[in-house]
Design a protein around this ligand. Sequence first.
Ligand SMILES: [Zn+2]
Length: 254
Amino acid sequence: MLLAEPPPTPYDWHFRLGSIPVRVHPLFWVLAVLLGISGENPDGWRLLIWVAVVFASVLVHELGHIVAMHFFGERGHIVLYSFGGLAVSDRISAWGRGRTPFSQIVISLAGPLAGFLLGIASVAVFLAGGGQLVFETYGLIRSIALPEQVSRYVGDLVFYLWTVNLLWGALNLLPIYPLDGGQISRELFQLWDARQGIIQSLWLSLFTAVLLALVAMTQWETPFLGIFFIYMAVTNYMAIQQLSGRGFGGGPRW
Ligand SMILES: [Zn+2]
């Protein structure tokens, strides 16, 4: 659930998953390839597997949101866009009606949960097929051992499926608006304080985004992610200014 839906382009790819319409924006492929070739040893097959895994993982994440929406009587469609995807509710956009805090929290959680399940399922199939894995702290894979006569690309596939879903889910659960975690924290803050809740959740979001930007740039050496978090922090700041300007809480009192 990221930002607003991008306008249609002639290069959009449309298909359906059952009754759910899916649109893939061309920038999705561009970003997936760019993220894939930033590593060492350019390898065509490996890059193809990477892009396929990113595609499947973001799709499953958004499907999680859509399935939860169905549970609450909403219909929706999926858009895969530059840095991730969107699960757009047809009811919310058409009627402009909000959700209850409970349904919003469940819908927000369902995306990361679906991704974690995909990661766990792929590791389970790999282990059942005779593969071996060593995990390190934070749940990342340290080493992978394949059964004999299995292509090393199977190892890449499992490694990517696990890593992308774990990191994508964890990133999305950060209390940064408009990531899923930011939506959840906004609901919780508003339950706690109906008047000031949104502003408070946006301040938490802003500080978390700045902190993560610093960590991404200095510790993880991923400037791309750093820029992403700075962008989030700036949009959060603008939202705070906008809400404060309307006299909706915030300002010097906070
Ligand atoms: Zn999401």
